[in-house]
Structures are given as structure tokens and as C-alpha cells.
Design a protein around this ligand. Structure first.
Ligand SMILES: [Zn+2]
Length: 104
């Protein structure tokens, strides 16, 4: 699914968010990042998003706490003991935050 991009294009995409993944905001290296719809992406986001569109990816992300509660007893007990705290705000991607739009 990866199209061949000229090194200069990759560089431009990399620079777009200052070396951060456009989705999660993680720092990415120049040598090792993915390009998805002209956005730089870390390996985790690229794998998780796969070929889904942005809104499907957002829905998938917002379901992670349910999935963890369902599938991970470690997560459940960590919740119970107050070691993790869920933050159930709508998922906002890094590039959306960077655009600085304050919705509402
Ligand atoms: Zn990411």
C-alpha cells in the first residue's frame, strides 16, 4: 500500500508536523516513518489505522478502553487500584490539534 515517494517529498511530509506522527503526536525519526495520505505516521498508527479512513480510525481508537476492559484483566485491576485513569474525550488527532481549531 506504500507508494514510492521522492526523498524530497518524504522530507516535506516529515517536516509538516516537525517530526511528529500526524495522528498520535509521537516523535518519529527521519529514517523510519510511514506516509499515509500525505501525512507522516509512526509505525503503531500506521499498523492500527491500516487501510481504514480517518473517521473509522477515530472510532477504532475511541473503542480501545472497552476493548482493554474486555480483554485485559491486567488493565481491569490497574483501573480498580487507580493506577490508570481513563480519559474519555473525543479522539483528536495531533494534526487537528496543530491546526489550532478550537471546536466549539
Ligand atoms: Zn502515531
Amino acid at each position: 500500500m506504500r507508494k514510492r515517494l521522492a526523498p524530497s517529498d518524504r522530507q516535506l511530509i516529515y517536516n509538516r508536523y516537525n517530526g511528529h506522527c500526524a495522528y498520535c503526536g509521537q516523535v518519529i525519526t527521519r529514517k523510519n516513518f510511514h506516509v499515509d495520505h500525505m501525512l507522516p505516521s509512526c509505525g503503531s498508527c500506521a499498523r492500527y489505522k491500516s487501510t481504514h479512513d480517518l473517521e473509522t480510525f477515530r472510532r477504532m481508537l475511541s473503542k480501545i478502553p472497552e476493548r482493554l476492559q474486555r480483554d485485559s484483566s491486567t488493565y481491569k485491576i490497574a483501573l480498580r487500584f487507580g493506577m490508570v485513569k481513563e480519559y474519555r474525550e473525543p479522539v483528536r488527532f495531533y494534526f487537528e490539534k496543530m491546526e489550532g481549531s478550537s471546536h466549539g
